[in-house]
Design a protein around this ligand. Sequence first.
Ligand code: MG
Ligand code: MG
Length: 232
Amino acid sequence: MVAEILQMLRERVRPGITTLELDQLAENQCTKWKARPAFKGYGGFPFTICASPNDQVVHGFANHEPLHDGDIISIDFGLIVDDFYGDSAITVPVGEVDQKTSNLLQVTKDSLECGIAAALPGGHLSDISSAVQTRVERDGFSVVREFVGHGIGRQLHEDPQIPNYGSSGRGIRLKEGMTFAIEPMVNVGLAGVRVLEDGWTAVTVDGKRSAHFEHTIAITENGPEILTCLGS
Ligand code: MG
Ligand code: MG
């Protein structure tokens, strides 16, 4: 359901649409499917999606501002069905974006895939962290330190925290049956972020762009399985 709703939102992103419209679409679909949005009301967060354009890193508020050609918009979305949480994020180009931005999106997405591929039974938690960081820094981008991935299941945020940086071979042993949300946040410029006066919206300190991709995965005996993707 998370994957289908994000796919629907991705298809709706275009110059002129507002993030409040996207938020409403997500909420309507939850209602239709009798799923509960996971973020709305979480710690007082006021929206169904986190909508974070351009230099916003995560936890942005949906609003009436139309998106413009050349923008990027990160959409983070989670829901609860039968007491279990799903959590996933995508960053979508609005119309045509420049080459640097396009690279940012590709590298962030790749780094998520690298992190997932490192989530192997018998490995260590920080194997995920290290794989993400290595991929990001290979192309000269920066990993955000202040926000991290997490365990997920009957709660949205469970232990352990999963940083997107660090050396491999540390932390807990990964075991079949564990479920994680892995979510690299990657900046074009400096790694630093600050939170706006609303208490939620995280932006880059230098005003340069940031991207975010996330999947909920399960560790199986055969390796990681992505739970928030469509198809196989
Ligand atoms: Mg998320
Ligand atoms: Mg998450």
